[in-house]
Design a protein around this ligand. Sequence first.
Ligand code: ADP
Length: 293
Amino acid sequence: RIVVAGSANMDLVGLAPRLPRPGETVLGDDFLMMPGGKGANQAIAAARAGGSTVFLGAIGSDAFGVNLNARLHAAGVDMQHVRTSYGASGVAVIMVDHGGENSILVAPGANNSFVGLTPAEQAAIAAGDVLLCQQEIPVETVIEAARVARDGGTRMILNAAPARALPDELLACIDLLVVNEVEALAVTGGDRIDVPGLLALVPRVVLTLGGNGSRYADRDGRDETVPAFHVEVTDTTAAGDAFTGALAVAWAEGRDLVEAVRWANAAGAACVRRMGASNALPTRDEIEQVFRA
Ligand code: ADP
């Protein structure tokens, strides 16, 4: 079982020939609405990848919240412990032009009210095989969840996205850190990827390298680059979420971490073949198809 404690936003995506300049109105041509936020995306990714997945977080009492709940539930995510907080849900207002360039405004709304874990939330974490967190909810909540995981014998994965330095109290509880290159630099400081520096902070690291796949390293001296699967790339949005969700599932299933990373690479590759964000997250069958090709 995978427990994701994190953010949920409604993504409001408008498509237009070009992005408006400040003060300007541009007539667009398409609009869609779908679940977003790294927490919700990774929960959907894990559920689609075949993991029994519980989401912990706060969703607003507005119409977006009702819709978010329903969509995550439909994706197979256990939403029974999700909080409804009075007021607005997290929302991302996203504008995309025909060249794929975007502008994004995130209003965190209910996500910021996700503080102080309830006994039921703590019990859900302690009952999990893997706790997966990101950095779009208050950091004190991530720290608290990580401590509950450590005390309950649940392995903790932190996907340190969006990029920022990590407090020592959090580092002390991380079993596996998943970072892309930008996030790796933010964690260690400096202007070069420093894997030994990362391993001085946490026992295991997965570094994602986009089209170059990923790299696994741990304190037992393993350091392996795992190549990407070759696919036709349509849109790399949410590749990191597909990868991280699938990695959590594979680790919860007890697979060796290098094997788990290889399988997660297949999930990332399956995601970039398709246009979109949470709607592009692959099912287990789709991951297997890429994995076996
Ligand atoms: P993020 O989206 O967080 O920056 P990456 O771009 O590193 O993350 O992508 C996450 C994973 O998705 C990679 O480790 C890789 O396995 C897969 N991936 C990303 N881009 C491609 C690509 N162009 N071709 C194949 N796999 C890809």
